[in-house]
Design a protein around this ligand. Structure first.
Ligand SMILES: *[C@@H]1O[C@H](CO)[C@@H](O)[C@H](O)[C@H]1NC(C)=O
Ligand SMILES: *[C@@H]1O[C@H](CO)[C@@H](O)[C@H](O)[C@H]1NC(C)=O
Length: 137
């Protein structure tokens, strides 16, 4: 092994270690003061909505939201790692599934992610835009 190759291996190992450490931090640091991201989910229907969200590190449990009621997910968004929160929604006569948060798509720093859920799909509200942007399931 020449020294250039050695250096590359050491660097790779270091990067791998850092990456794994960040992943572990992401899994462990939950519901702590470090949380920098909050995704608010509001039932916009006139009947109860069952919400079940998970990301690859943890699962948020089942939440039954009455009409107009909100639930939020708070977590520490570790830099460089892609976070996806995938949610299943169920109501009396239907269901839907949506990735309510994807760090490659959303910028929810300082509690800016806000979703309204109704039968046709989720609608995202933005602070700088009063009109929600709606998607279908
Ligand atoms: C649904 O959202 C609209 C727009 O924000 C609001 O006016 C309405 O009161 C909401 N309905 C429920 C049941 O939350
Ligand atoms: C869904 O919610 C959005 C935002 O409140 C609203 O503009 C839209 O009309 C709703 N659609 C239905 C079918 O309730």
């Amino acid at each position: 092994m020449n020294s250039i190759f050695m250096n590359k291996s050491v660097l790779l190992l270091m990067l791998l270690t850092i990456f794994v450490t960040l992943q572990m931090m992401a899994g462990m640091v939950y519901g702590k003061p470090f949380d920098n991201t909050k995704v608010m989910i509001t039932n916009n229907m006139t009947f109860p909505l069952l919400v079940h969200c998970r990301d690859k590190f943890r699962e948020d449990g089942l939440h039954n939201l009455l009409a107009g009621v909100s639930h939020h997910i708070k977590f520490y968004k570790v830099p460089l790692i892609r976070f996806i929160w995938s949610c299943r929604f169920e109501w009396r006569d239907g269901s839907g599934h949506y990735n309510i948060y994807d760090s490659n798509r959303d910028r929810c720093k300082d509690y800016n992610c806000f979703w309204l859920i109704n039968k046709s799909g989720p609608c995202q509200n933005f602070h700088d835009n009063k009109t929600p942007v709606c998607y279908s399931w």
